[in-house]
Write a protein that binds this ligand. Sequence first.
Ligand SMILES: NC(=O)c1ccc[n+]([C@@H]2O[C@H](COP(=O)([O-])OP(=O)(O)OC[C@H]3O[C@@H](n4cnc5c(N)ncnc54)[C@H](OP(=O)(O)O)[C@@H]3O)[C@@H](O)[C@H]2O)c1
Length: 290
Amino acid sequence: MKKIIVSGSSGLVGSKLVASLRDRYQIIPWTSSTDITDAGAVEAAIAQAGGAEAMVHLAAYTNVNGAFEQTDDKTGPAWRINVDGTDNIARACAQHGIYLIHLSTAFVFDGQKTDPYVETDTPSPIEWYGRTKYEAEKVVLREQAQKGASVILRIDQPFSTTPFKKVDTLWRIINGLRENSLYPQFTNHFFGPTYIEDLIKGIDFALRAQPVGVYHASNGESWTDYDFALAVKEILQLPGEVKAGDLETYLRSSARPYQRNTALNCERWRSVSDFAPRTIREAIGKVEME
Ligand SMILES: NC(=O)c1ccc[n+]([C@@H]2O[C@H](COP(=O)([O-])OP(=O)(O)OC[C@H]3O[C@@H](n4cnc5c(N)ncnc54)[C@H](OP(=O)(O)O)[C@@H]3O)[C@@H](O)[C@H]2O)c1
């Protein structure tokens, strides 16, 4: 079995990935006890792993509101984990000949485009989380241009059919409908939900085929929050009301800028990968309700 390191193995994506792929790969799981902001700790952990072929880098500071409070602070955890941590990992992987799969986000874009974003669109983040993730992409590309083999996979609002301690986009809706406490859902905000089980198939493909470059690895659909919530209610036959909300009204009272559109065009990823992702409606239908 190929030996792979998974950083962020205790997170939303990482925990599902480890559970799905542990029969096919020898996985060395890293959590924050291997602090990626410490270059020496990263180097030592890679040496201790001994002969890993690939690294799936999922460790990140993902609290977007928390990151916003750290705006311009390069000593804060968002910059230290997302930029410095990724820099340590990208350098070490390049040095040890380890193929790197780096997860990134649609938040690198400003959200002004009306169509889904393609890989050739120029990132222009509008808040600190997106900025740190864009800087992380740059350090991965810097090593890629020198000697490192790596791929950047951008996703948007990952969700799973099973609940996790960090509540994802789908389970926030399910919980809100069950309790009839769902806040109004924007009819004019667009996103491109990523079904984690399909993302894992994509990561498995990348581990086998080792593509290089930047890919949009979501499911390729564009949804409004409102339509997504209605679909969840209908497919899972949940009680509770879905009320319409207006992004423009919300933005007038929100300090943090919010991208109007983060949907991703995934045609490039589909043209190279070897699996057919499910539709979002099919994915919602896979939910296991207790
Ligand atoms: N969730 C989203 O909405 C979203 C959207 C787009 C892209 N992404 C990207 O997808 C990837 C996975 O996100 P996720 O939602 O699965 O993350 P998550 O649930 O927030 O988990 C973060 C992971 O990073 C680890 N970590 C935090 N600080 C660390 C440090 N200093 N050193 C080493 N590890 C550290 C955590 O370990 P502990 O458990 O030990 O703290 C945890 O395993 C990230 O690159 C993220 O930017 C996520």
